[in-house]
Design a protein. Structure first.
Length: 77
């Protein structure tokens, strides 16, 4: 999800496929000025560096990385 001035500009899209281990990376940028952030045309081959450069965001100020695993319904307890 991308948020600009408290307004969501791209909705959340769940990872595909639905099962297995997924890597999540959340990167926070401090905008240099109030501006409209242009969402990517596609999420395939997304590049955080290119996104930041295209939107003049500079370097990230924080980042979080974590893995999450989702098992099939048959394996859940």
């Amino acid at each position: 999800m991308y948020v600009c001035a408290g307004r969501e500009v791209v909705s959340y899209e769940s990872p595909k496929p639905n099962i297995g281990i997924h890597r999540f990376v959340l990167v926070l940028f401090k905008q240099k000025r109030r501006q409209a952030v242009t969402p990517p045309s596609s999420r395939d081959y997304f590049s955080t560096r290119r996104f930041a450069a295209d939107n003049d965001l500079g370097l990230p100020v924080a980042a979080v990385y974590f893995n999450a695993q989702r098992e099939t319904a048959a394996r859940r307890r």
